[in-house]
Unconditional design. Structure first.
Length: 109
């Protein structure tokens, strides 16, 4: 399960860091995250469907990857970011809204 959530977090972070022109060149854009996630889930050995537990763990892993030493983000930043990431993960199949993930960028500048 940790490999799955780490991969989902990495894909989501990578999509949020990509600048528009660079993302188009590399082929990784936020809108592709649902496709990549679905593809990974189809081929995963143990987990075939994402659950609330997976989404929660993925959001936590994403925050840990953004600030592994816990010196960049304030607790208030984490508290504001977690619901946005969860909203993105839960709605990415039906209506991917990358604006929630874009909220990460101002926190890192």
């Amino acid at each position: 399960m940790t490999k799955l959530t780490a991969l989902l977090a990495s894909i989501t972070i990578a999509a949020s860091y990509s600048l528009p022109t660079r993302a188009e060149e590399s082929g990784l854009v936020c809108a592709l995250v649902p496709v990549l996630t679905e593809s990974f889930l189809k081929t995963h050995v143990a987990i075939k469907n994402a659950s609330d537990e997976i989404y929660q763990h993925t959001a936590d892993q994403m925050i840990k990857r953004i600030d592994p030493s816990k010196v960049i983000l304030l607790q208030s930043d984490v508290d504001a970011l977690r619901p946005k990431v969860l909203t993105f993960l839960k709605t990415m199949k039906t209506a991917p809204d990358c604006s929630d993930i874009e909220a990460v960028k101002p926190l890192l500048v």
